[in-house]
Design a protein around this ligand. Structure first.
Ligand SMILES: [Zn+2]
Ligand SMILES: [Zn+2]
Length: 546
């Protein structure tokens, strides 16, 4: 995270950080990368003593240009209309289509520890007249704007083209109108039936005042005008906008040459690719931001976004994989390293600040958070499938002391996440059930494996630390007993584990067997071990459940 601290070290004076988004539809989880980066920059600036304001805007006067989320009868009427003027298609009480999608997205921010000082909606800003000076300047300097488009983006607009769009007085659309003249107070506009392919204009034309919300600036100009209006000093943007000659280059040039202001510092960031491809906001099936946050808790989601530098793409493929458990493991490794515990594998550069910025609360006690006991996610995902497992008690045994209030909250959060993961993204192999009766599949066990199971049953009966047959306590104690018993018989550990999985799950593989046994009632475990040890090759003829 040195990049954020470096940025904080090279700026001076009060800082205004801004981002804005067009609420065109369901938002893909990758769209949260920008807001998380904004938040990290804000935290770094504040930590460095800069007075800092975080703004988040909604560009909701933009035209509707994707019909996928409109009901069929709404397509002809609303394609090309400002998003803020389209009724909520979900009929769940939002004031507009734009409010529905923007609010669904914005509601996630607080849960992720992101707290903009102010939200603004362009549909509110234009009617106040705050954009009027910029509309006037853009119209007066339309020739300069056309030159910028030619020079920066190689886009040739005719000499009659002006950089604003009127909201048609007759049909209400904004995506279908073009302004061809400006007399210093009014513009002449046409609502053309074929200006764009995705919406039909009504043919209206006439003179109108472009002020007070009756027109909006073209997108690149609106962006540059926001920088002037709010005094923006830093604005990260996605790589798709930061290409040579792309939107950011155009808006930077417009800021300098039309509105005569230095553009904000850019922090371009790469995409999050799901399943190897960049998913567009409207196609995020199963990767919608509001669905993903139900499975991935905030601190792990923040880790996903901030572990790589902003200019590195993130590959994330949660469907049917261990990508989500690995995210928890990554976070736990950062905590281990920060707390000075031994770790396996590589750490990202600046791991301690990655951990600090991944925490939900900017004022959290980082050392205490790093020290806290956190259960392994994959093991937890298994344990919640074990009937009657007393998970809090198992965790206390694992930790070796009672859980703190905070640790109990982390456990509850992870249990909920693991349940959601098993119901949604988890691969089939992560879903398993302990059989009520000795599985028929265990018929393949050979004499050595049966001998091992019998020996383990005996070891369990004498291994209770209070002298009773209560068995080992906790997954690690069970794991030790399994290894010791197998070693005593000269049985390779792999064959010992296979025997256990077949005896309890009816499959040759599974999660750490110690956790499996620790989660089960010890009398049941002893009984099952003895059954499996006693059964011989004829058991399958006897029906399996001896
Ligand atoms: Zn709604
Ligand atoms: Zn019209």
């Amino acid at each position: 995270m040195e990049w954020a601290d470096e940025l904080a070290a090279r700026v001076s004076g009060p800082q205004v950080i801004n981002d804005s988004k067009t609420p065109s539809g369901t938002v893909h989880v990758g769209s949260l990368r920008g807001p998380v980066i904004l938040d990290v920059i804000t935290r770094a600036l504040r930590a460095a003593g800069h007075e800092t304001t975080l703004l988040y805007g909604v560009d909701d006067l933009d035209a509707m240009d994707a019909q996928a989320l409109l009901t069929p009868d709404a397509v002809e009427r609303y394609m090309g209309a400002p998003l803020a003027h389209i009724p909520d298609q979900a009929s769940d009480g939002h004031a507009s289509y734009a409010r529905h999608h923007a609010q669904t997205f914005i509601d996630l921010f607080a849960d992720l520890g992101i707290h903009p000082d102010r939200y603004y909606w362009m549909s509110d800003i234009y009617p106040t007249g705050a954009m009027d000076p910029f509309i006037r300047t853009a119209l007066d300097r339309a020739q300069v704007v056309r030159e910028i488009y030619r020079r920066v983006a190689n886009v040739q607009h005719p000499n009659t083209w002006h950089p604003i769009q009127v909201v048609c007085e007759q049909c209400g659309k904004v995506g279908t109108t073009i302004v061809t003249r400006w007399d210093g107070e009014r513009v002449f506009y046409e609502c053309r039936p074929t200006l764009v392919t995705w919406a039909h204009g009504c043919g209206m034309s006439g003179w109108i005042s472009p002020f007070g919300g009756r027109a909006k600036l073209g997108w690149n100009l609106e962006w540059a005008a926001q920088w002037s209006l709010f005094g923006v000093t830093i604005e990260p943007c996605g790589k798709d906008l930061a290409t040579a000659g792309g939107s950011r280059d155009r808006s930077d040039a417009i800021a300098r040459e039309v509105f005569e202001r230095e553009p904000p510092i850019n922090v371009p960031y790469e995409f999050l690719n799901v399943g190897g491809r960049k998913m567009s906001t409207s196609k995020g099936r199963g990767a919608a931001a509001h669905q993903m946050v139900e499975v991935i808790p905030p601190e792990q989601l923040r880790t996903l976004f901030i572990r790589p530098r902003p200019n590195h793409a993130i590959e994330f493929d949660p469907e049917g994989t261990d990508a989500i458990p690995r995210l928890f493991d990554e976070f736990d490794k950062l905590a281990d390293a920060t707390a000075g515990r031994p770790i396996k594998g590589e750490l990202p550069p600046g791991y301690a600040s990655v951990f600090r910025y991944a925490l939900l609360d900017p004022a959290a006690d980082v050392a205490a958070e790093a020290e806290a006991f956190r259960p392994n996610f994959a093991h937890l995902a298994f344990l919640i499938q074990v009937p009657n497992a007393d998970i809090p008690a198992l965790m206390v045994a694992e930790k070796g002391s009672p859980l703190t209030e905070r640790e109990r909250a982390v456990l509850d959060e992870r249990v909920a996440a693991a349940r959601a993961w098993l119901e949604s993204y988890a691969p089939d192999r992560a879903r398993m059930a302990v059989r009520d009766a000795l599985p028929e599949e265990s018929a393949v066990l050979d004499g050595e494996q049966r001998g091992f199971l019998g020996a383990l049953a005996g070891a369990v009966a004498t291994a209770g630390d209070d002298g009773t047959a209560s068995g080992p306590r906790g997954g690690d104690a069970w794991q030790t007993a399994i290894f010791a018993t197998a070693a005593g018989l000269g049985l390779p550990p792999g064959r010992a584990f296979t025997a256990l999985y077949l005896a309890f799950l009816g499959r040759p593989n599974g999660p750490r067997a110690g956790w499996l046994l620790a989660g089960l009632d010890s009398a049941f475990v002893a009984q099952r071990l003895r059954e499996a040890a006693a059964a011989d090759a004829t058991m399958s003829d006897a029906g399996g459940a001896a």
